[in-house]
Ligand binder design. Sequence first.
Ligand code: FES
Length: 279
Amino acid sequence: MQLLNRLEKNRSFDGVIEKVQSVIVSAPERVRDVLHGVGLGHPLHPVLVQLPVGAFMSAAVLDLLPGQRRAATTLIAVGTATVAPAAAAGWTDWSQMTKDKQRVGLVHATANVVAVGLYAASLVARSRGRSGRVLSYAGLSVAGMGAYLGGHLSYARAGGMNQAAPDLNRVPAEWTSVGSLASLPEGKPAVRTLPDDVPVLLWRQGDEVTAMLERCGHETGPLGEGEVVGQGRDACVVCPWHGSTFRLRDGVAVHGPAANDQPLLRVRVEAGQVEVAQP
Ligand code: FES
């Protein structure tokens, strides 16, 4: 953990990080959205890594059994071939992370590149009639270190998590007033704060009001400071930090990096007062 803490603060590779990041963000937005998992409602990277991880783990077991060499080699080929889409999704998520996470992510990706190189060398050795098992077990070991770093990013640093979830749990279950309907501007978002310091973004169109959590589910950016694009039912708010775009009427993530929709609250208007509650 001490090494990881030091790595998160180490600026040595920030120049490389910025160069790689600039290449990734120059990819078409549509492609980046698919790779982030927009439309799926879940980050794509953890879904895709199941393919190579499952293939490599299964190959490691088969390599210990008699008569399974051919099957193990086939699984290593499958794992090596399916790394590319998983890596593309991972790099795309990485490009919109905070610098401390990017530093760990760079080492995570480097370990995986080394692991795939070892697996590819194992495939070559197997194709030449040699065992190739030392190379594939070395690949599995390095991939395990990469996976440890990926787990640290997800579970210790909440990379790829829906950061709106903690706020949603703190929204009162009972109806809570957020002010009068008359005080809400028409067609312009307004921010009100619920007890327990939960900011809510209110969007009024005539007598209809929608309420979404104001802290962006990607990295808690302030959606209340974001630009509104589109009109009427298509109006969206754009997060000022990394550009995630959420439709105001239903919270749907239209553009990433956020893959999860932004949670909406229940809303009612009682005696001219706008009230919200947990969905
Ligand atoms: S905080 Fe990253 S897009 Fe909102």
